[in-house]
Design a protein around this ligand. Structure first.
Ligand SMILES: C[S@@+](CC[C@H](N)C(=O)[O-])C[C@H]1O[C@@H](n2cnc3c(N)ncnc32)[C@H](O)[C@@H]1O
Length: 352
């Protein structure tokens, strides 16, 4: 397959709305992961944790996931033929390496979202708990069981403050983090277990569910008890508008009038938040976000049986769109690309 100088759009991004961009050809401001990493060394920056994370990613062996089924591989190949841009599922961002890089992104000084949201959740934990569960307890309708279902929990570190506030409000609290990433779920469950064992209180158990939301929501929704659904980290921005609406409708179908949904999304630019501040959050100086984006292609290569040159053939581009009032992220091909494909009916496609 040939992919000519176009943009590959992640159906994704951990903040805000993803938009379709017009595609242009030619030279884009390159932000290749190698040069970013090297530039940080040339600048004399210390070989710090974030740079080490990028270096570790570059040299890490590929994961050993099973290849996609033939029809899904064919769908990826078909999408990549689209001119002038292709759009692939955001789920390719979150393999094991991607999840590790996302945790690193959260530590970069430019990525303000995590710190702000964590502070907000901590400050408002008591109010959220009151709204979600306490009013029932105050009316003598104390729940035996209350359930916190978190979509895309990641390592769940923001949720601990909320669980602390909720725990006294029912005889038993169940925390059900849902995530594609087994590694993220493991970190999440360990953190909750550590909290439970170091802080005495009412029982709090975890029920991690690994997989796509479509696969795990039914099981989580079937747990007994009043529920608080969490969808934080501007994770809704992983969806297109249509997908976001369908997703929220799907969640609503599982909710009773006693359940609650807490949605955490970033706001567009404002007098206190310039577009450049938002852009900087997705173009961190150490190249962790670039590595995270490019890792999606590395992942696609592996599971779809392709061999794109992910090390040098692509760059990460994240620009604030005033029309969309959101950051828009692309993988931009730096040149014409030819890749072998294991899809049986594949053929060479000439760039337009
Ligand atoms: C942007 S991170 C947010 C993590 C955490 N909620 C936070 O606020 O820091 C997105 C998380 O959602 C998970 N995720 C993304 N799409 C998913 C999907 N379709 N089904 C299940 N998990 C998904 C990823 O694996 C990742 O851990």
């Amino acid at each position: 397959m040939q992919y000519g100088g176009g943009k590959l759009e992640d159906e994704s991004w951990p903040t805000q709305r993803e938009a379709s961009n017009e595609v242009s050809y030619g030279n884009f401001p390159a932000f290749p992961v190698y040069s970013t990493f090297m530039r940080s060394i040339w600048k004399g920056l210390p070989h710090n944790e974030a740079d080490a994370a990028v270096a570790a990613w570059l040299s890490a062996p590929d994961g050993a996931e099973r290849p996609l089924p033939a029809d899904a591989r064919a769908a990826v190949v078909e999408e990549l033929r689209h001119r002038p841009k292709a759009r692939l599922s955001h789920t390719f961002l979150y393999d094991e390496l991607g999840s590790t890089l996302y945790e690193e992104i959260c530590k970069t000084p430019e990525y303000f979202l995590t710190g702000h949201e964590a502070a907000l959740v901590k400050a408002k934990a008591a109010d959220i708990a009151f709204d979600a569960f306490h009013s029932a307890a105050a009316n003598g309708d104390e729940q035996d069981v209350q359930v916190v279902v978190e979509f895309g929990s990641g390592d769940g570190h923001k949720t601990l403050a909320l669980l602390r506030a909720l725990r006294p409000l029912a005889q038993h609290t169940i925390y059900a983090p849902l995530d594609l990433s087994a590694e993220a779920l493991q970190t999440c469950v360990s953190a909750v277990s550590a909290m439970v064992s170091s802080e005495p209180g009412r029982p709090l158990s975890t029920m991690p569910l690994q997989g796509n939301y479509d696969e795990t929501l039914f099981e989580a929704a079937a747990l007994p008890g009043r529920k608080l659904y969490l969808f934080m980290g501007s994770n809704l921005g992983n969806f297109t508008d249509a997908q976001a609406i369908a997703f929220l409708r799907g969640v609503a179908r599982h909710m009773t009038h006693r359940d609650r949904l807490l949605l955490g999304v970033d706001t567009p630019h404002s007098s206190t938040k310039s577009p450049s501040m938002i852009e900087a959050a997705y173009n961190d100086a150490r190249g962790v976000t670039a590595a995270f984006t490019i890792n999606a292609l590395r992942h696609v290569n592996r599971v779809a049986g392709l061999d794109f040159d992910w090390r040098d053939g692509w760059c990460h581009e994240a620009k604030y769109s005033h029309d969309e009032r959101a950051i828009v992220t692309h993988l931009v091909s730096r040149r014409e690309q030819v890749t072998a494909s294991s899809v049986p009916h594949d053929c060479i496609v000439t760039a337009s």
